[in-house]
Design a protein around this ligand. Structure first.
Ligand code: NAP
Length: 284
């Protein structure tokens, strides 16, 4: 499953929508010196600008206080030219990630991590959903992978990938098993998977012979090694899988494309072109 090609299509569609909306703005907030985070933010900005968006790049020193971060988020929440806000994680350890994530206005939360958006997804009313899970689902949909009634296995239960992709698969009527670091006999589960989503961050965790013949495999893992970036699944699994995403060139490009799509969605919510379903929950 070619994520690069599908991401280009999504990005072209986003660019058309940005043009018809007139102006769409995304603001990113990065605290500290993590080189990988600087790289990701740079990629997101280039993609946003190529799609015709206004991209506001806020980079703060590692020692920035929690109050300063919250003050900047409040400013961005109130800024009419900003439709989407993305706080790059992880934050330095002296900052409370949950508090910062909760401070982003839900309607601008293009990472889908605010409890209101996460709760709406849990309740089966997806609004702003994390980009990587959306990218996984878009690939499965685009390649016509059957989901209804099929067995889906997700490895990983993070808030940003594992849990939301599990919810989306269940909402697509797959029967979902969630695996994690305490799962015993992982292979027993993976061998049963018609659809396998690997999001553990562990190079080669899934050996080729752990994949069911004919399965669809979505490899979310991005593990830097001496041999370059590798996924969680041994690429030899392509001999057994019917569909498989490469690393790089699979889920990675889709994540950026879906982030841009989320920003357009946020812009439509703010302009009243789409109803923000979670708004009625505010104050709960
Ligand atoms: P995370 O927060 O570290 O979560 C990893 C999850 O995998 C945890 O739930 C953990 O279980 C589970 N896990 C770890 N080792 C395992 C093992 N040996 N067997 C079974 N489960 C195991 O990571 P994340 O943010 O979800 O990211 C996961 C991977 O996806 C990373 O490689 C990351 O770089 C990549 N990623 C890629 C993209 C992209 O755009 N392609 C986007 C986001 C993330 P416990 O809960 O029990 O600890």
């Amino acid at each position: 499953m070619d994520g690069k090609a599908l991401a280009e299509k999504v990005r072209a569609q986003v660019a058309r929508e940005v043009e018809s909306l007139g102006s769409v703005g995304i603001a990113t907030l990065l605290v500290g010196d993590d080189p990988a985070s600087h790289l990701y933010i740079g990629m997101k900005h280039r993609a946003a600008e190529q799609a015709g968006m206004r991209a506001f790049d806020h980079r703060l020193p590692a020692e920035t206080s929690q109050d300063e971060v919250l003050a900047l988020v409040a400013e961005l929440n109130a800024d009419e030219s900003v439709d989407g806000i993305l706080v790059q994680l992880p934050l330095p350890p002296h900052l409370d990630e949950a508090t910062v994530v909760r401070s982003v206005a839900p309607v601008k939360d293009v990472d889908g991590l605010h409890p209101l958006n996460a709760g709406a997804l849990f309740l089966g009313r997806p609004t702003l959903v994390p980009a990587t899970p959306l990218g996984c689902m878009a690939l499965l949909l685009d390649y016509g992978v059957p989901l209804e009634g099929r067995r889906a296995v997700v490895i990983g239960r993070s808030d940003i990938v594992g849990k939301p992709v599990g919810q989306l698969l269940m909402q697509a009527n797959a029967t979902v098993t969630m695996c994690h670091s305490r799962t015993q006999d992982l292979e027993r589960h993976t061998l049963d998977a018609d659809v396998l989503v690997a999001a553990a961050g562990s190079a080669g965790l899934v050996a080729a012979d752990m994949v069911k013949v004919g399965a669809a495999v979505v490899d979310v893992g991005q593990n830097p090694t001496d041999a370059g970036l590798v996924g969680d699944v041994d690429p030899g699994a392509s001999e057994r899988a019917h569909w498989i995403t490469p690393v790089p060139g699979g889920v990675g490009p889709m994540t950026i494309a879906m982030l841009l799509q989320n920003t357009v969605r946020a812009a439509r919510y703010r302009r009243g072109q789409l109803e923000f379903p979670a708004l009625g929950l505010q104050g709960c």
